[in-house]
Design a protein. Structure first.
Length: 355
């Protein structure tokens, strides 16, 4: 639950064109406001510029990796930092394409998601879209949201008490292990993408699998041609660790520690998205670092709203939530992490009390 330093204000959800709203629903008036404000229009011009800048920056950094790596200097490892940061920017573009934010044509968005995800990052666009869409439909709902399923971490005490062996140890200390475990997330995303290929239809498997293999071949070849084997392994390990940490830090503040609907709960779209989501107070640095996902409430209310319109929709969302009496949670970045870690610590308490 929000701490004292959080801001609880009535905030309206930012609707998506594909989200249906009954005329009498709490969400419908907000949807009309956002539509009338012109916030539902595409911002393809913004995305074209942003993606072009990102691609140039990626090319510059990886050219530097090849040049510095060719000298045999271990300073090449320092370039893993900008490579990881730009990798996260690339992932944010893949995320937006998956939500149909960039182009009006679904085929164009699909191509952009495959390019940024499968080819540039080695992350399966199809796997991510399926998982992420289920999350958006039922955020923080155990049994429906894959992001709160039992994995390396657990999110409810009922999940915690079922843990055995080493998993029990992880759950007991999961709050303090959370950020160190994110160092493995970059590799875990690639492994999950490859594993998911088995359930894909043959045509999708060929397309997505071919691009994943192409990414792996290009990435491995570039590093091995640029530097000795042990240096290449060190660079790849550091690059993936920082990439996973960055993405984890962007997604962790969004829902952990917020409301978790119980089985049978029948919340409308507005309450389901607002009560389970947390915003991080925006500024140019935070917006850039988190890829606009700090406006998580607005993003969940309207998944296809273009990223540059999220902050513009926020005042409308706040005011609407105030009118209908729904708490709108917004806090600082550090406090969002504190709330998430406090929730994870609380979940593991039964195992610490009765080891």
């Amino acid at each position: 639950m929000p701490t004292a330093s959080s801001t609880l204000v009535a905030a309206p959800p930012v609707p998506a064109p594909e989200v249906a709203a009954d005329a009498g629903s709490e969400f419908a008036p907000l949807l009309r406001q956002v539509r009338d404000a012109g916030l539902l229009r595409r911002r393809t011009d913004h995305y074209v510029r942003s993606m072009a800048v990102n691609l140039v920056a990626v090319a510059v950094v990886w050219s530097a990796v090849v040049l510095v790596g060719g000298t045999g200097s271990w300073w090449v490892l320092a370039l893993a930092v900008p490579a990881a940061v730009l990798g996260a920017r690339t992932a944010f573009f893949g995320h937006d394409a998956g939500h149909q934010q960039i182009a009006a044509d679904r085929r164009v968005n699909r191509a952009l998601a495959l390019f940024h995800g499968n080819l540039l990052l080695g992350m399966g666009a199809g796997w991510w879209s399926d998982k992420h869409n289920k999350h958006h439909a039922n955020p923080n709902h155990v049994g429906k949201d894959p992001d709160v399923e039992v994995g390396a971490l657990v999110w409810t005490r009922a999940q915690a008490v079922e843990r055995q062996g080493f998993a029990r140890f992880l759950t007991r200390h999961q709050a303090r292990l959370f950020f160190p475990m994110l160092l493995l997330e970059g590799l875990a995303l690639k492994v999950a993408s490859l594993q998911d290929l088995r359930r894909r239809p043959p045509r999708e498997r060929l397309t997505e699998g071919g691009l994943l293999v192409a990414h792996l071949a290009l990435y491995t070849s570039m590093l091995l041609l640029a530097m000795p084997l042990w240096q290449a392994l060190a660079f790849a390990a550091l690059h993936h660790a920082l990439f996973g940490l960055h993405l984890g830090c962007a997604f962790a503040p969004n829902h952990k520690g917020m409301e978790m609907p119980e089985e049978g709960s029948r919340w409308g779209h507005l309450r389901r998205q607002v009560l389970t989501s947390r915003n991080v107070r925006g500024n140019p640095v935070t917006d850039w670092f988190l890829g606009g996902l700090n406006y998580q409430i607005e993003h969940h209310l309207f998944p296809s709203l273009p990223r540059p319109h999220l902050r513009l929709a926020q005042p409308l969302v706040r005011a609407h939530c105030r009118r209908v009496g729904i708490p709108y949670t917004e806090t600082t970045l550090l406090d969002s992490y504190a709330q998430a870690l406090t929730h994870m610590h609380h979940v593991g308490a039964p195992l610490r009390d009765h080891p």
